[in-house]
Design a protein around this ligand. Structure first.
Ligand SMILES: [Zn+2]
Length: 132
């Protein structure tokens, strides 16, 4: 139950995280003197609850009129991994069951699944000296 609520709260922030992605993307594109952003490679942990489709939807909306307009978001999903300190087992918990499959203890540590960042962007630059 607590997990479900947590996902809901995160969902509400998809608009603001997309704003953040766009900001980072445009910063890097301008630094690279890029004319157009083709692809934004994102790393999204399973635990964030972020849905790729809604991020792309907000991105399309927010990027209108910028260098990143019509850019494709390529999302690399990172599965959830937990670590049990009692028996040092690494395991993939499912959403309903967070107990260690080996010793039954509750997991202490999330190893991965909370990631959310822009890994890289692919851009296109206007050829040197070309007229617009
Ligand atoms: Zn264990």
């Amino acid at each position: 139950m607590r997990f479900a609520l947590c996902v809901l709260t995160l969902r509400m922030h998809e608009l603001s995280v997309t704003e953040e992605i766009l900001k980072i993307t445009l910063e890097h594109a301008r630094q690279a003197d890029a004319d157009r952003v083709l692809t934004v490679n994102l790393v999204v942990g399973e635990l964030t609850g972020f849905a790729g489709e809604s991020i792309q939807f907000y991105f399309d909306l927010l990027s209108k009129g910028t260098e990143a307009e019509k850019a494709l978001l390529s999302i690399k999903r990172v599965p959830t991994q937990a670590h049990c300190k009692a028996c040092r087992e690494d395991f993939s918990p499912d959403q309903m069951n967070w107990a260690c499959p080996r010793c039954g203890g509750l997991m202490d540590e999330v190893v991965s699944g909370k990631e959310f960042y822009v890994e890289s962007i692919e851009v296109e630059s206007r050829p040197e000296g070309a007229a617009e």
